[in-house]
Design a protein. Structure first.
Length: 306
């Protein structure tokens, strides 16, 4: 990564540029400091205390190396729809029934396997920006470089990444639109299940979701939901909490003969590009099982919604 120093950056130390301008974490700055030729100016090694001058070329060795690649990630030729792809980020429309990363029982059927295959001709480290449950479909972001990963993490924690989900509910929310505020924690004696709890309960974390009812019919609703916070299973738990669990959610509601998984799809994601700052909005087309469910339940999207 090369940066030509202009008048705006002139007079700034490299440490300040890395942390304030580029948003690098202390950990990444430390890695650069102690890497061979990790930080150079005009080809010469310098420390992070070096004061930059206009016209200098600062070079940062942020590229991935062989030792960064997980030996347990096996490239597998799996089909996945690409929504956006460049040197720094890849966004996919993750299909249902595909885990995000390998785990016990899922070594060769994950999104990580699919992207490792796509980028098999180069050094590739799988860096998800957000994670979707195996049965949740839709837009998911990954970073392709170390510096992009740190910037996307900063955007996520800074509330700059806005995610919109579509869900079909077994029930109709009491209000046509609103904000669900509650506290959640991991359910005792379970590594998977979450529950709502009092705010002073051990492990309690606030969960906030904005939602809007788009259509309703025969006791079901189609909703658009924006999770403001990012708690595990947040939408699934909170919609159950207002008496309208997600259709097909056998963990927090009931299985459904109309869809073999919970009817939750990550429809749209808006975020600033990590390197250019351009505000991008990516939309993931609905999968066949969601469209079939909506048809069977007589639920339609408003005109012009997508």
């Amino acid at each position: 990564m090369d940066i030509r120093v202009d008048e705006r950056l002139s007079g700034m130390t490299i440490r300040d540029l890395l942390k304030r301008e580029l948003g690098f974490s202390s950990n990444l700055v430390k890695k650069l400091k102690f890497s061979e030729n990790g930080i150079t100016v005009n080809g010469e090694f310098v420390t992070v205390r070096h004061v930059l001058s206009a016209g200098e070329v600062l070079s940062l060795r942020t590229e991935d190396r062989e030792e960064d690649v997980s030996p347990y990630l096996i490239p597998v030729d799996l089909q996945v729809e690409i929504l956006w792809e460049d040197e720094w980020i890849t966004a996919v429309n993750k299909p249902p029934d595909m885990p995000t990363h390998p785990s016990q029982g899922h070594r060769l059927d994950t999104l990580a396997n699919a992207l490792a295959w796509r980028y098999r001709d180069r050094i590739y480290v799988f860096r998800p920006v957000n994670r979707l449950d195996r049965d949740t479909s839709g837009c998911m972001l990954t970073s392709n470089t170390r510096d992009a990963s740190y910037k996307m993490y900063a955007a996520m924690t800074g509330g700059l990444i806005r995610k919109e989900y579509l869900a079909v509910l077994d029930g109709i929310p009491p209000e046509k639109e609103g904000v669900i505020r509650s506290f959640m924690r991991r359910k005792q004696d379970s590594v998977i299940e979450r529950e709502e709890c009092p705010p002073d309960a051990p492990g309690a974390k606030e969960a906030v979701t904005e939602y809007r009812v788009l259509a309703e019919a025969d006791g079901r609703a189609l909703v658009s939901a924006f999770p403001v916070t990012g708690r595990t299973h947040q939408l699934r738990v909170q919609f159950r909490g207002i008496g309208a669990p997600i259709t097909g959610d056998s963990l927090y509601g009931e299985a459904s003969p109309l869809i073999p998984r919970h009817a939750l799809h990550s429809l749209r994601t808006r975020f600033p590009h990590p390197m250019t700052g351009e505000l991008l909005t990516l939309t993931a087309p609905l999968p066949a099982d969601m469209l079939s469910l909506m048809d069977a339940a007589a639920l339609s999207l408003p005109d012009g919604f997508i």
